[in-house]
Design a protein around this ligand. Structure first.
Ligand SMILES: NC(=O)c1ccc[n+]([C@@H]2O[C@H](COP(=O)([O-])OP(=O)(O)OC[C@H]3O[C@@H](n4cnc5c(N)ncnc54)[C@H](O)[C@@H]3O)[C@@H](O)[C@H]2O)c1
Length: 280
């Protein structure tokens, strides 16, 4: 794994914790220099100093185009170029159901989860074009990009739109040698889970352990995922091993979106047995 990103420079948004931080670490381990962007300045700066000389932290709210652009500029100013841009920052957004959702709540969620990734593509593609070199853009989507019912409507719609984004980017940017792919994580043990359900940060690890105990067995691989398991797929998409891969959405969900979760299949069997038994 050591040399996969040797000489490459990456930006990872939302990398003060969770999937973004694991990705920044993996990239640095693989030889990359990394610009960590986030709005949690203390955590972000600590993450960069923990990784060492191959990482720097920059405050960047991904709902602000100028701040996203600042991350690409920081890559060039600090490390001389840009090769990989990871649109990862995110949060739950407006949790309201369709019947109560306000236009403002919907717009804010899309600005955070969808417009940010579109602008990340724009900024990165302009930089790659300016440099005259190809590059890889990776976007953290979700199982909620592939199926309804994983999350709230605004989150589900925002993540579904990312599928359209990487497909459109594949055709528009492919001619410049730019690849765009998304990862669709299932349930991953990160601070996002606690934040989404209003559990205090100090209880985050205990909360994800509780979720794992309750829900792990319902997943095809029998457990929830880790941020490092998403980072490993991001590393693949970032490096030349994926040089002919673009426009894809890769589920990294332990098989969850490949199957019908819950009791549906056993309910059908039980209903069939009831029907047969009732007729003697
Ligand atoms: N954890 C999961 O189960 C899961 C599943 C599917 C998809 N995802 C997606 O993965 C991505 C990373 O989530 P995570 O689980 O690591 O959560 P996390 O909360 O650990 O990390 C998200 C990071 O994004 C940052 N962030 C939030 N709003 C921001 C903004 N406006 N500008 C810049 N940074 C901002 C946060 O400060 C945080 O550091 C998100 O896009 C999320 O939707 C997570």
């Amino acid at each position: 794994m050591t040399a996969l990103l040797d000489g490459k420079v990456a930006v990872v948004t939302g990398a003060a914790g969770g999937i973004g931080l694991a990705t920044a670490r993996r990239f640095a381990e693989a030889g990359a220099k990394v610009v960590i962007g986030d709005i949690q300045d203390e955590l972000g700066a600590a993450a960069a100093s923990d990784i060492g000389a191959s990482a720097v932290y920059r405050h960047a709210d991904v709902t602000d185009e100028a701040e996203i652009e600042g991350l690409a500029r920081a890559a060039v100013d600090e490390f001389g170029r840009l090769d990989v841009f990871v649109n990862n920052a995110g949060a739950q957004g407006d949790p309201a159901p369709i019947i109560d959702l306000t236009a403002d709540g919907f717009d804010r969620t899309l600005a955070l989860l969808t417009r940010s990734a579109l602008l990340g593509h724009k900024v990165a593609a302009r930089m790659f074009r300016e440099q005259g070199s190809p590059g890889s853009i990776i976007t953290t989507a979700s199982a909620a990009a592939l199926q309804g019912g994983w999350s709230t409507p605004s989150y589900t719609i925002a993540k579904h739109a990312l599928v359209g984004l990487v497909r459109q980017a594949a055709i528009e940017l492919g001619g410049l040698g730019i690849r765009s792919n998304a990862i669709a994580p299932g349930i991953i043990k990160t601070p996002l889970m606690a934040r989404t359900f209003g559990v205090p940060a100090a209880e985050s690890d205990a909360f994800v352990d509780h979720l794992e105990n309750r829900l792990g067995a319902s997943q095809p691989l029998g457990r929830l995922g880790t941020a490092e398991e998403i980072a490993d797929v991001a590393l693949f998409l970032a490096c030349d091993l994926a040089r002919y891969v673009t426009g894809t959405v890769i589920p990294v969900d332990g098989g969850a979106t490949a199957v019908t979760l819950g009791t549906f299949a056993t309910d059908v069997v039980a209903a069939a047995a009831e029907f047969t038994a009732a007729r003697g």
